[in-house]
Design a protein around this ligand. Sequence first.
Ligand code: NAI
Length: 332
Amino acid sequence: MAEPLRVVVTGAAGQIAYSLLYMIAKGDVFGPDQPLILHLLDIPVMMGVLEGVVMELADCALPLLRDVIPTDDPVVAFTDVSSAFLVGAMPRKQGMERKDLLAANVKIFKVQGEALDKYAKKDVKVLVVGNPANTNALICSKYAPSIPKENFSAMTRLDQNRAQAQIAAKLNVPVGTVSNVIIWGNHSSTQYPDASHAVIDKNGNIEKAVDAIGNEQWLRETFLATVQKRGAAVIAARKMSSAMSAAKAASDHMRDWFLGTKSGKFVSMGVISAGAYGVPKDVIFSFPVIIENRKWKVVEGLPIDDFSRSMLDATGKELCEEREEALQIIQA
Ligand code: NAI
């Protein structure tokens, strides 16, 4: 059997981690033959709660889980890790401006970037879940200059999974038959859920989702708004934010990064932009990607109509604004 892989999860005493840790530890992400050592980082006041999570992980009696290291010290958390799920972040509190939220998170992701730079494996794959995920990932990467920029990503997979589920429900087909739905841009209300390249596999016959749905207005209005506002709808119903589905999405994202995407299928992830599709460079922008040998590549050459163009421009503009605000905070 392979050597154990060290994986860090931050915000490990929180809601998302509670579902995510089980998914990772039972082999959903790195495969059924990969033993694991989990590093669990949270803040000092959460160490008691984290101890309970450690007990539960032990009580799951999971054969792949070789060790669990709970800590409030980023040095311990990031040493020798090959994969990092950065879930912990400062949540938006009542009356908090976007700038205040960014300021708190810039600090957290600066510290974690520096620790990754010094202590993690140089090929570590970093997934930022904590919001604002795209800009947090950019800041983290900025403070980890010895790790390639391509190794930092932000999660838009939950939005992709939500979009896929909405299309499957509309067509009354199994969710697994729907693929190639795209989330472009920021993980925020300006994200662009795009079904124009999505396909349905009907027993080997591939049909375009747009043709199967046959209702462009539904796609541009109801579908778009439902996906963009799904997080708020879950909060309204559950009185807590999405956690199980966020954990599943984080697990899907990292699994595809390590094990690769299936032939002909692409997935969305926030990655460093080199300006593909005319969007701004040097922001973490969600693109359709294919992954092979643990390297992602933006899918090229997809036709972009006028409606999509305006949506891409709007979300790109927001990401540039967030980046400028974050950089101002750093320089202040
Ligand atoms: P939670 O509040 O239940 O847990 C967050 C945990 O992070 C807490 O235990 C907290 O103590 C910890 N934490 C705070 N600062 C930390 C630091 N500096 N180092 C380590 N741990 C730290 O929140 P939940 O529901 O687990 O969500 C976590 C984050 O994920 C939030 O920022 C949320 O907005 C974001 N999120 C992102 C989604 C996406 O699609 N990208 C989807 C859903 C949530």
